[in-house]
Design a protein around this ligand. Sequence first.
Ligand SMILES: [Zn+2]
Length: 176
Amino acid sequence: MADHFEEIEKLGGVDLQFITHGHDLNPAFHAEAYDRFRCKLCYHKAAAAVVRKKTQCPAQEFGHDGLQLGADFEAIYFPGHTPGHSVYRWRRSGTRFLFTGHVMIFDGGRWKLNYNPTKAPKGTQFDHLAEAEHFLPTHAYGTEEFHTLNKRTRALFLEAVKQAWDAPKPSDRDVF
Ligand SMILES: [Zn+2]
């Protein structure tokens, strides 16, 4: 990414660097980005304890309600893997990208969702997360760098989300 700093500068620089949770944060890279762009780190406030151990750079935090930036970018709290884990959805020219951190992996024909829906505020729905064309994890697991949803994998995703309500702990799930 640092190789692209010059291009990014031409495009107007960076105001915020988003991380889904503390594991996403590479402190050396952030320091480099901060030196160049003065970008704040942006994450769920429940991730602060881990993040603040890695960097003292200025931050912008959000809560369970997530964050909406303009009409095309939002942060969505998706709890379970770590306190405050969140995902980000970005829309560009009608295509929606969901940045899934460490919590949504499509591998071996099934979804592994590392989340616990009961940690979210009562009544929270997660079905709308399937409203995306591409899921991009922080690290590739299995065979895919990222996953492009199709009719079948979108339906499987909705099923996995539903089943998580019956077995909130990922380790208790047989299928997903
Ligand atoms: Zn993680």
